[in-house]
Design a protein around this ligand. Sequence first.
Ligand code: TMP
Ligand code: ASP
Length: 251
Amino acid sequence: MTDNNLGEKIYEGKAKILYRTDDPNVLLAYFKDDATAFNAQKKGQIEHKGEMNCAIATYLFQYLASQGMPTHFIAQTAPDWMQVVAVKILPLEVVVRNIAAGSLCQRTGLDLGTELRSPLVEFYYKNDRLGDPLFTEDHIELLELATPEQVQQLKQMALLIDRHLRSFFEQCRLILVDFKLEFGLDASGQLLLSDEISPDTCRLWDRDVADPKARILDKDRFRQDLGNVSAAYHEVMARIQTVVSQNSRDR
Ligand code: TMP
Ligand code: ASP
């Protein structure tokens, strides 16, 4: 199944399980079909989600690495297994928004679909007990979750990732509405893009569909009980695969 021997389970999250390997700098991530929303108040399964998200995250990490972005990705070792660099995850969710949706609409009153003049970066404190609250940079400093220099670096990296992902998804005829990133520090203290990028962690709308519900190709289909959840993830994966193979032929 994998090149590394599967060691102790060190972390089980809502969508992935992390295992040690015989190399202390390498972990194995198993992508689950489980889906949760609203801080796990809603639970379910999305057929083949583990394999689809592992494949999508692999393509996107490889694309970002080719653009010079440091990531924790090493290899996809099986359809739902990824080898990654062992990092110390910062307890922050970094959200980038290009179009108003979700909690931004609830917090600000902006209409769904409002194009933002420039991308908005937000930080949320990863803490299930508190419900992952929105944090200012001063809150981050107060709790010493990251240094002020790291916060500036996180913002810069998040905005660069947004630029790269928007142009990639544009080729897929997908609109990148918003997304959530996580970062970790490797053994040498370098910040690496970590976790995953997938329809679980992004809002993606079909550029060619106007209907506000029919255009949704991400986890909002699960959150809002819109149906065809697995088919939407599959559509995203298929479009990415097509663009990746077109781009590799063109090179
Ligand atoms: P929000 O509008 O609910 O704050 O979500 C913003 C983006 O972050 C959206 O693309 C979904 C993603 N997200 C996660 O990946 N995990 C989460 O726990 C939440 C709340 C949002
Ligand atoms: N993944 C999150 C949870 O279950 C929330 C979400 O993605 O909506 O808590």
